[in-house]
Design a protein around this ligand. Structure first.
Ligand SMILES: [Zn+2]
Ligand SMILES: [Zn+2]
Length: 358
């Protein structure tokens, strides 16, 4: 028998322009293959912001179909405690503290069958469809195939909320295959970029350079292990990097800003036969002369999506402190204050990660 109420507080997206806080939304029901969590907190992702701001990649336009299926409850960066377990679910107990990969693999498509579950063809991600509601609510359902992970009970919430974003940071850095001789540039020192810096520092590259337009973020990057930091609005970054590399350019450029100008900057900074990793979700398209990728530099251009197989390492790293997290979450808001939370999550008040507490 369930020991929690039949209705709950939840932020519900009914349409591109209609997000509403509901105070008596139906609590998810626990099917035989499900787990119900009481949510402790849910981070606000740049993706949640772009969705709420109406980005075409979520709501569709003339070029791409929509992805979201309203009404849905947003949020994929959440964790919570188990309050009910379906009869077919093994290995978990009431009270377990859990988090999960943001994708729920179908288990049947060719990607899932070959272990590449993060590119699952149906692509159900928490917080964008009514069948897989997210964590901006008091309760959430983990359906069958959810890639769940136990979170140590003693790990403070402000650190535990970084597990999902840091998982994505790790995957992007892993794509770059950093060697100890490499000069690595990470463009963008938001939550994801800083997660990349603290993880990439463990690989001990020859130089680890963080770029951002905000000096306080660059100071954080330095504290997290960047060997050099540059603000492109203040210094000639190309000149600095050429000085560091005898005029060749950086070996690896990881793009974590979501701004077209950062893509163009990276293609310019990178050396011949270098590696470019694209992580971001963009609000606008990028126009650039593609000859640079082939004819001029013969680059490896790689994508990075989600956080496959990254959670166990990240949970251990955050718990032990090998992955730095200090000061990443300065502000949390109650679910009722979601509009303020979304505003702070843009970073305009100097915040990195902002979370909602239901
Ligand atoms: Zn996210
Ligand atoms: Zn699949």
């Amino acid at each position: 028998m369930s020991n929690y109420p039949k209705t709950m507080k939840a932020l519900v997206a009914y349409s591109q322009t209609d997000y509403r806080l509901e105070t008596a939304y139906p609590t998810p029901e626990c099917g035989p293959d499900d787990i119900i969590l009481k949510v402790e907190g849910c981070g606000i992702c740049a993706g949640d912001l772009k969705c709420q701001h109406g980005a075409p990649m979520f709501w569709g336009d003339a070029i791409q179909p929509g992805y979201v299926e309203p009404p849905f409850i947003p949020g994929h960066e959440f964790l919570g405690n188990v309050v009910e377990i379906g009869k077919n679910v093994k290995g978990y107990a009431i009270g377990d503290r859990l988090t999960a990969d943001q994708i729920i693999p179908c288990g049947e498509c060719k990607f899932c069958k070959s272990g590449q579950y993060w590119m699952c063809q149906p692509h159900d991600i928490f917080g964008f469809k009514n069948t897989v509601n997210g964590g901006m609510a008091e309760y959430v359902r983990y359906p069958k195939n959810t890639v769940m992970h136990k979170v140590p009970k003693a790990l403070p919430l402000d650190k535990a909320l970084l597990i999902e974003p840091y998982g994505c940071s790790k995957h992007a850095v892993d794509r770059a295959n950093i060697q100890c001789t490499d000069v690595v540039v990470i463009s963008g020192a938001g939550t994801l970029g800083l997660g990349m810096v603290t993880y990439a520092a463990l690989k001990n590259p020859r130089a680890l350079i963080s770029l951002d337009m905000a000096d306080d973020r660059l100071a954080k990057a330095k504290a997290f292990g960047a060997t050099h930091t540059f603000n492109p609005s203040k210094v000639d970054v190309a000149k600095e990097i050429n000085t560091l590399t005898d005029g060749y350019g950086c070996d690896i450029y990881i793009e974590a800003t979501g701004h077209p100008s950062s893509v163009i900057q990276g293609l310019g900074l990178i050396r011949k036969l270098g590696t470019f990793v694209e992580f971001s979700v963009f609000g606008d398209s990028t126009t650039v002369d593609w000859s640079i990728i082939g004819d001029r530099k013969e680059l490896d251009v790689l994508g990075a999506h989600l956080s496959p197989y990254c959670f166990p390492f990240v949970i251990e790293g955050i718990t032990k402190g090998t992955l730095k997290t200090d000061g990443m979450i300065k502000t949390t808001f109650k679910l009722e204050e979601w509009e303020k939370g979304f505003e702070y999550a843009t970073g305009k008040h100097g915040d990195l990660k902002v979370a909602l507490i239901p």
